[in-house]
Design a binder for this molecule. Structure first.
Ligand SMILES: [Fe+2]
Ligand SMILES: [Fe+2]
Length: 272
């Protein structure tokens, strides 16, 4: 492959925390979650270089109600064959499995899945625990994910809702993945693991976990206010809806963040 070659590039999109609302139930969101979700899906469907997969890293709905899944399924219908979805703490993992039956669900009692596409094994790990805001990985899930990483025939990416790191967003960190550090040793011992992609924090954040570059995808709904003081109050902000495009080139992964509701199209400037 040449330095400018693109034939072997792999493009995977990530969307997260759409928090779909049942209009009959309403919500306390400060933005129109459904409208932003629809705008993001329309943008994804119109990507001129189509992603081969769209990974939804959870909190697909706001409260896990059936009516919210009706809205979700209808909205994502144009992307259904490429969508791979994970439950978040706002979801009902059983309902997600019922509503998206064609996903490569693992034969487990948790909503996890695994699939190899374009030579890269995507491992979707259900990090939810019923009734809890934070994430939790019990021994069965830790064993499952270690097994999937070991069995991957080539490079791999681990996808989960709850980020396995402390973000500095204090009130969100109260619910960070437990047990703390549980994944560090596992991912450090998985030489083929190239990225960890998460949701939950409603902001684009980058760090490393066990030496692996780890990214959280921004939400399409309301964002968490960016206040890094230890005593920061709970706050949300109506920053632009966005999703991410992860491109795997001969040099590795590059991640682009696309805002979707600005009403601004790219133009060719006079000096081009
Ligand atoms: Fe969320
Ligand atoms: Fe969440």
């Amino acid at each position: 492959m040449t330095a400018t070659g693109q034939a072997d590039d792999l493009l995977i999109a990530q969307i997260s925390d759409t928090h779909a609302i049942d209009p009959a139930l309403g919500s306390d969101s400060i933005v129109d979650n459904n409208e932003r979700m629809r705008t993001a899906v329309a943008s994804l469907a119109a990507e001129v270089l189509p992603p081969v997969r769209i990974v939804h890293t959870g909190d697909a709905t706001n409260d896990g109600h059936p009516g919210e899944y009706d809205v979700l399924v209808e909205t994502f219908e144009p992307l259904a064959d490429r969508l791979r979805i994970l439950p978040g703490n706002h979801d009902d993992p059983d309902e997600i499995r019922r509503r998206f039956p064609d996903q490569p669900w693992a034969d487990t009692d948790h909503g996890s899945w695994v699939e190899t596409v374009g030579g890269v094994t995507l491992i979707g790990l259900d990090s939810t625990k019923r009734g809890e805001h934070g994430g939790h990985l019990d021994d069965a899930r830790l064993t499952w994910v270690a097994d999937q990483l070991a069995a991957a025939p080539g490079p791999s990416v681990l996808c989960l809702h709850h980020p396995p790191f402390r973000s500095g967003l204090a009130w969100m960190d109260d619910g960070q993945l437990r047990p703390h550090g549980a994944l560090d040793e596992i991912v450090a011992g998985a030489p083929g693991l190239e990225r960890i992609w998460c949701g939950h924090l409603h902001r684009p954040i980058t760090t490393t976990v066990g030496g692996v570059t780890t990214i959280t995808c921004p939400t399409t709904s309301q964002r968490i206010g960016l206040d890094l003081r230890p005593e920061a109050p709970i706050s949300v902000i109506a920053e632009p809806a966005a999703y991410q495009l992860h491109l795997r080139t001969e040099g590795g992964w590059v991640t682009h963040t696309r805002p979707v509701d600005l009403g601004i199209e790219p133009i060719v400037p006079d000096w081009a």
